[in-house]
Design a binder for this molecule. Sequence first.
Ligand code: BTN
Length: 236
Amino acid sequence: MKKIGKWFWKDLKETNSTNDSVLRFLKEVKAPCIVSAAVQTSGRGRLGRTWEGQTGNLFVSFAYQIEMPKLTHYALLSGLAVWKTIAFFAPLKDVKVKWPNDVFVEGKKISGILFEKGPDDYWVMGIGINVAHAPKVENPMYKITSLADFSVTADRKDVLKKLVENFDKLQEKYEAFGFEVIRQTWLDNAYNRGKKVIIKQNGEEFKGVFENLGPNGELILKTKDGLKNIFAGDLF
Ligand code: BTN
């Protein structure tokens, strides 16, 4: 069985969604594992959206155990692992984490993450990174980009290996020292911090200044009625 670091790993030619494939692989290996695929035919995004699955981009899902109180921390930690990876491949570009866990380069979205519940205390962390193509999406919520748009040529498997290395290092730090170390680096590289933003959440909208991150990874918004802690939503 192949491995990347501590993780059992399988790379598929094609799948509907690596988030589904990794659950099948988990049944087989019964340990933290990763499934990547060259092509993904029915990729899922957050909030019921779809995720385009062209060859050359990275589609990968990790299955591992997360204790429930740590879930929101892992949501941010995963974004930071992607941020570090993109910053490694495109070191001269403006790379930012966008709450809760998108990564933007020069103001355009390059990566997204979808967490889904697995069996027992396993969670699936599905990550899409636009390596070779920026998919053409109808009515996109944000502008979309890829590493290739910045003349970076990279193999999706090399991007994956770097991502796993970064995730493992951040996880070790987090488990040893707690969320504060993650929170600080995250804030130092956050998109739109200190700026006026709109948070959309289940049809509701909150307007204010993105002030800070709370101890649970929630976004702290300074609204006209005072500070508001927001645990889920999309930032614009
Ligand atoms: C988002 O909406 O920004 C999250 C996108 C997550 C896409 C990835 S690609 C690998 C994994 N498999 C899926 O079906 N979705 C995630």
